[in-house]
Design a protein around this ligand. Structure first.
Ligand code: ADP
Ligand code: MG
Length: 388
């Protein structure tokens, strides 16, 4: 036996070594894939993203990388946004300003790309107290401007894996640029772009830096129609560097009496109102209410009115008057009820409305001032608890 390897043995050794390397590499990749805790989230995001892209008429996902696909799960097309200017009451001045400073420039840029100064701003900030229509306005703006809308959820940017957040932050901008014109909307923007401190985690600090550098990329590319729109009720908490990148600012304050009257009018559109209901009086009595408080007031008033209707319906049932509203005589209905109770036959049972159908028989009267007054008392009591 010779000490040196023959050529054949050497060849076999190399093949064996290569095979082991390939198998180990594949096994390692498979294991990494299996232990990745974000695997399920990524798969779900991909499914959602594909559905979104299909709805927007985009043929393939081949142009998007994994991270862009994750962001595409938050994508909404202008025609899929269920909010328009018609759903916003009392903010005509702000709508007008938004039209001139954001929407028309987007449209004009497509028609007249030569002027640099007609271009829309790259950053818009909506700020003001909660429940006054910031989110509503942002959505309506995207719809009216006909832009795609990435409703960026902050949780998407806070990946536990080192480096992932930065890649996602980058993907937000690359995807938006591919889909332009596009609005990147960040609700409660203060929660993730708040003033940087020395206590910030390194990964968070890097993600913010990445976000800002991509944003700057937008600023320097004059032909790019991507707008970052942020909403907050704590503008003072936002990083100064971020505020500088959002030069167009709208303050949406608590509604005035006239605005409250308009919001009440819009919220109650389609509801039957009794003749004693005065929106003017209600607007005066709701000083300090936000628009979402007014919505809640109307919802509570409807609930109070319905409660009365349910109670009288239950009472009429107890009195054997269950079928009154189906134009049956009381004797007929009581006969029907007693026969169904005594015989419990399937045929008599089947004549009774069942499930939701029974609710068709409930007589709902128009909303009256008393319903609003009661709700107002309840809401004011709840507010005083929170304020004390
Ligand atoms: N201007 C408005 N007109 C009509 N409804 C409004 C208006 N502003 C707010 N609302 C109601 O209040 C809810 C919350 O508004 P939202 O835009 O989310 O407030 P914000 O983002 O300022 O906290 C909306 O879903 C809507 O029902
Ligand atoms: Mg909001």
């Amino acid at each position: 036996m010779s000490d040196t390897l023959t050529q054949r043995e050497l060849g076999l050794l190399i093949i064996r070594f290569s095979l082991i390397t390939v198998v180990s590499f594949v096994a390692f990749k498979w294991m990494l894939h299996k232990i990745d805790p974000t695997k399920k989230q990524k798969e779900e995001a991909k499914k959602k993203a594909l559905a979104n892209l299909k709805r927007l008429g985009m043929k393939t996902d081949t142009d998007l990388n994994d991270h862009e696909m994750m962001v595409a799960a938050n994508l909404v097309g202008p025609n899929d946004i269920p909010v328009s200017w018609d759903d916003v009451a009392g903010l005509d001045n702000i709508i007008e300003e938004l039209k001139y400073s954001v929407i028309y420039p987007i449209k004009l840029m497509r028609a007249r790309p030569e002027s640099r100064l007609t271009r829309p701003p790259k950053g818009v900030l909506l700020h003001g107290p909660p429940g006054c229509g910031k989110t509503l306005l942002a959505k309506a703006t995207a719809r009216e401007a006909g832009t795609n809308f990435i409703n960026l959820e902050v949780s998407l940017l806070t990946d536990k894996w080192y480096g992932e957040s930065q890649k996602i932050a980058a993907a937000v901008f690359t995807l938006a640029t591919k889909l332009q014109p596009c609005i990147i909307f960040i609700d409660e923007i203060d929660s993730f772009l708040r003033s940087r401190t020395t206590q910030d985690h390194e990964a968070t600090a890097m993600m913010k830096a990445q976000f800002m550098s991509f944003w700057d990329g937008l600023l320097t590319d004059p032909n790019c129609t991507v707008i970052v729109m942020g909403a907050t009720n704590r503008a003072s908490d936002i990083d100064a560097a971020i505020l500088r990148r959002m030069p167009t600012v709208f303050f949406i304050d608590y509604p005035s009496t006239t605005q409250r009257q308009k919001v009440l009018g819009l919220t109650l559109k389609g509801e039957q109102l009794a003749s004693d209901v005065s929106l003017d009086v209600l607007a005066t009595k709701t000083d300090g209410f936000s628009c979402s408080d007014l919505y809640e007031l109307c919802r509570k008033a409807v609930s109070t009115r319905n409660q009365k209707a349910f109670q009288s319906y239950v009472k009429s049932q107890e009195n054997g008057g269950i079928f009154d509203s189906r134009n049956q005589s009381k004797e007929d209905s009581s006969k029907d009820l007693s026969s169904s109770q005594s015989s419990k036959s399937p045929s008599s049972k089947s004549e009774r409305p069942s499930g939701d159908a029974e609710f068709v028989n409930i007589r709902i009267s128009p909303l009256c001032m008393e319903d609003f007054e009661k709700s107002l008392v309840k809401m004011k009591a709840a507010r005083s608890i929170f304020q004390s």
